[in-house]
Ligand binder design. Structure first.
Ligand code: FHN
Length: 432
């Protein structure tokens, strides 16, 4: 009966006009900042520290007394994102440890009970609205703290020491109350980014990954779309989108890749796509992780995501005092510098007609094709070029001409000499 009910109500979801407009805006935006931050940042071992070090609820609660990010500056965080060329921010409001980063009535484990006593979500929302950048909110479905959450990770006897075995009706009511606060008290929200569904499923890649609990997404999604119809819903369940969802995400992979072992799902052709990626190997602040991706690698990831029709949501894990570490800042500003020159080939573009190749990849805007070259090559040859005429070929950086030729559907582009190692872009103006 439950399944039937879900399917019937799921079929009735028709995105509102403002939701469709927001989806289009989101697709055009192409680049956002993911922020994993909270009391879990204090030990410097990433955001899974509670579960991995088997800290029980009582001991974990002590972190609340130490969270005092006196160097947090919302204006600086938002302008850092904007200067990196990002168009939106996705902020952790409550991760799996159950800590709420806003002034919530529904849990005492929240920012107002830390020495800091200021509503982080409010400060970020105000600043995003002021600086004209959209705010998306991450919200964990999984909870390592509450007795009413039906436990999988963080179960009794392992880390949390919880005795209860779950009461989903009560947990659902709690989530709805919190989501109502988030969608009522902080102005317009671009989207809600759910995570943790996979906690109640068979392992990634198993044939049947249906959930062991009925999350009642029809109720949750219905509430969100009622409170803020434009608000997009995405759920990091690592599956194809469910009805009621407005975008699909991929974790540590671009659509079509599965290097992480988390991305078995096909890319949807119906909703916008987003790939979330870390700059080193960690989401939350990690004192020992020095595995930073280079500037070129990060720019290639953004460009390849665009060439696959997806956004890049690039993560930072700020330090517990609220500072963003220099390794992240320098990478963000180098991406911003590149985008200032080459942004036209990223924002508002569509996927290229070919998947990324060894030499680079392709994006498209109307009849303009952008050839992104990661390595100089005497000649790049593209077969089955989808346009009949090549009107003009030139470097995006300075409009200087490129001697490309098109004959019988085969396009040849010579790329010699000094090119930008981050990605050189050649524009092809075409016609049919
Ligand atoms: O467990 C989380 C993890 O901490 C992080 O938030 C990522 C971001 O995509 N999502 C989960 C793992 O799938």
């Amino acid at each position: 009966i439950c399944l039937l009910k879900f399917n019937l109500s799921a079929q009735t979801y028709t995105p509102s006009q403002s939701n469709l407009e927001n989806r289009k805006w989101f697709s055009d935006a192409r680049f956002g900042l993911f922020i994993h931050w909270g009391p879990f940042s204090i030990p410097g071992s990433g955001e899974w520290v509670m579960n991995e070090r088997k800290v029980n609820v009582e001991n974990y609660s002590r972190l609340e007394k130490f969270f005092n990010p006196t160097d947090f500056n919302a204006a600086q965080w938002v302008s850092t994102a904007k200067n990196a060329g990002m168009k939106y921010i996705t902020l952790i409001t409550r991760h799996h440890d159950g800590f709420s980063m806003w002034d919530t009535k529904y849990s005492d484990f929240n920012i107002m009970n830390t020495p800091y006593k200021k509503d982080i979500v409010k400060m970020m929302a105000d600043e995003c609205h002021k600086q004209g950048i959209k705010l998306y909110l991450y919200y964990s479905l999984l909870d390592w703290r509450r007795e009413d959450y039906p436990h999988e990770t963080g179960k009794t006897g392992q880390s949390s020491g919880r005795k209860g075995h779950g009461n989903y009706a009560s947990y659902l009511a709690f989530m709805k109350n919190q989501l109502t606060e988030l969608l009522t008290n902080y102005g317009e929200i671009g989207g809600i980014w759910f995570d943790g569904h996979w906690d109640q499923t068979a392992p990634e890649g198993a044939a049947d990954r249906s959930s062991r609990i009925d999350w009642k997404y029809d109720e949750i999604y219905g509430l969100i779309h009622k409170l803020q119809p434009q608000c997009m819903i995405g759920n990091n369940h690592h599956l194809s989108p469910f009805s009621g969802e407005d975008f699909q995400m991929f974790e540590q992979d671009l659509p079509g890749e599965n290097k992480s072992g988390l991305s078995f799902q096909e890319a949807s052709a119906k909703v916008p796509l987003e790939a979330c990626v870390t700059m080193n190997g960690s989401w939350g602040f990690n004192l020992t992780d020095n595995n930073y991706k280079s500037n070129a690698e990060l720019i290639h990831t953004l460009v390849k995501a665009s060439s696959l029709g997806a956004n890049l949501l690039l993560n930072i894990g700020p330090m517990p005092n609220g500072e963003i570490q220099p390794e992240f800042l320098t990478r963000l500003s180098s991406m911003g510098d590149w985008l200032k020159v080459y942004g036209e080939s990223i924002y508002g573009t569509e996927a290229g007609y070919q998947k990324p190749q060894d030499w680079g990849c392709i994006t498209k805007k109307g009849s303009k094709i952008f050839i992104h070259v990661f390595e100089a090559k005497p000649m790049i040859t593209l077969k089955d070029f989808p346009f009949k005429k090549l009107k003009k070929a030139y470097y995006l950086r300075d409009n200087s001409g490129v001697k490309a030729t098109l004959k019988n559907g085969i396009l040849n582009i010579p790329v010699a000499g000094n090119i930008n190692p981050n990605d050189e872009v050649i524009v092809l103006e075409t016609a049919n």
